[in-house]
Ligand binder design. Sequence first.
Ligand SMILES: C[S@@+](CC[C@H](N)C(=O)[O-])C[C@H]1O[C@@H](n2cnc3c(N)ncnc32)[C@H](O)[C@@H]1O
Length: 391
Amino acid sequence: MGDNILVRKIPADLRNWIELERQQYQMTQQEFVLSVLKDASTVYQPTLTTNSTKQVVGVTNYLPFTFIDLFAGIGGFRLALTKLGGTCIFSSEWDKYSQKTYKAWFNELPFGDIRQIDPESIPNHDILAAGFPCQPFSIAGVSKKNSLGKAHGFDDIQQGNLFFVLANIIRVKRPPVLFLENVKNLKSHDHGRTWKVIKEKLEELDYWVNAKVIDASGWVPQHRERIYIVCFDKRTFSDRPDFVYPVPESGSNPIFADILENAPDNKYTLTDHLWNYLQKYAEKHKAKGNGFGYGLVDINKISRTLSARYYKDGSEILIPQPNKNPRRLTPLECSRLMGFEDREIVVSDTQAYRQFGNAVVPKVVEAIGKEIVRVIDNHYKSSKRCLLKTS
Ligand SMILES: C[S@@+](CC[C@H](N)C(=O)[O-])C[C@H]1O[C@@H](n2cnc3c(N)ncnc32)[C@H](O)[C@@H]1O
């Protein structure tokens, strides 16, 4: 092959793209095409600009990206990232009831046990999203396991090691961005050791690590604090990106009354037996100086955190009713309280409560995701390259 290659019949959209890009970077056509070919020959290319059905980053404001949804639950990450222009190309969730909901909502059956996945078989992606299991790290999980005399966190083979399974996928796939979520007390769990191990592992994998606890109450009428960990691959972003966590829009004060159903079924009203029990239990604990007990919501304010245990007695969020015992939330109200809106519920009430109580709030993910997309877009525009790179 000589020094010159002639390429015939370049489609109009590609010609336009080359022209726009080379003008933006003040390159000649030859310089620009050569730089693209050089990148293509030397580095692995993620998918930011390769999906030909979508617009090219930098030419419009629309940023196509791909992501994977691990520990997917019912797809809180997926809902939000899809809204931002992302395409989900792989998911994993082993609970069969969550899989059922996921299939109904996204027409995709997630892969089961993450420990059985060969990381090499996961397609290359731009963002790895994962709300890794919180049970071994949550106060409830810790105290329950302590009281049972069981180990927890990294000593818990069943659950704790899942972070290392995740870390192995990150090591093999090296996605440019990691978007992780966990319970608020992740940082204080096991006297800070759990967080130290997680952070050090992510840094050892060569990522810039950001972490912040955010209360979802700026987006949904619920006090729900979760830690959001956002990491950028140092091999792609050589300088620490100017990523900032979002704050809720001023003036947006969602209140609990917004999520209520008009005529909920009577079965959600507490029986006399349960209501009496909850009141007695609360009195007993109050006498001992403990604050634990049921929570009656002021519907003009926000509720406590919906937990995965809500199906048991619903005591943390009870709705007062005139001349009746209070009632618990309906599954549809839980969906709204989490910001999933009016989605079809395809599982039993018990499973639905568990699924919503475990989920991430899509509106918070969307707000953080917007900021991630901004960082990726800036990186793309300033790097004089067409593609994000990883080696
Ligand atoms: C905190 S929840 C994540 C919820 C999710 N972010 C959502 O919005 O619904 C953690 C999920 O990890 C799943 N999980 C736990 N161990 C798993 C494993 N070994 N393989 C796949 N999924 C697993 C659980 O079934 C649970 O749904």
